[in-house]
Ligand binder design. Structure first.
Ligand SMILES: [Zn+2]
Length: 143
């Protein structure tokens, strides 16, 4: 990864359902299971991913609130792509876990999808990392 921008997908897992109060979204309920969150960084993609893997930080984005309760298990990145995060979310498809989640800056239905045991489509060409550290502290391995 370099200092440039791009898109990313975080796969996170909730072992049990949780209810979390998230800014303007209010109280959101998340079922147990796996989720895909689609995000973008205009620059500093690597730094953004590193931030997501850190446990202690000021909660800012919607995803910060969920990550505080979930386990981040895998990350995919698209350092150079012409797709927008909304378009990538659309291509991944599936049910939105919570309406408008992660979509403060756009008009789409939201950037958090229920993964439901699906694999990320290879045709999308993302580079994936499995996070091996149980604390999710950013030790990542290609795979
Ligand atoms: Zn969107």
């Amino acid at each position: 990864m370099n200092a440039g921008g791009g898109l990313y997908v975080l796969e996170l897992v909730l072992l049990r359902k949780v209810a979390v109060k998230i800014g303007r979204l209010g109280r959101c309920e998340f079922p147990a299971g796996a989720f895909w969150y689609v995000g973008s960084a205009r620059r500093g993609l690597a730094a953004r991913i590193a931030r997501h893997t850190r446990r202690s930080k000021k909660l800012h984005w919607h995803i910060d609130y969920l990550l505080a309760r979930a386990r981040l298990v895998r990350v995919w990145v698209w350092p150079e792509t012409t797709l927008s995060e909304c378009e990538l979310t659309e291509r991944l498809g599936g049910e939105r876990a919570v309406p408008r989640f992660g979509a403060s800056d756009c008009r789409c239905p939201g950037h958090l999808l229920c993964a439901r045991g699906r694999a990320l489509p290879e045709s999308l060409g993302g580079v994936g990392w499995a996070l091996t550290s149980p604390s999710g502290r950013g030790r990542a391995q290609r795979g």
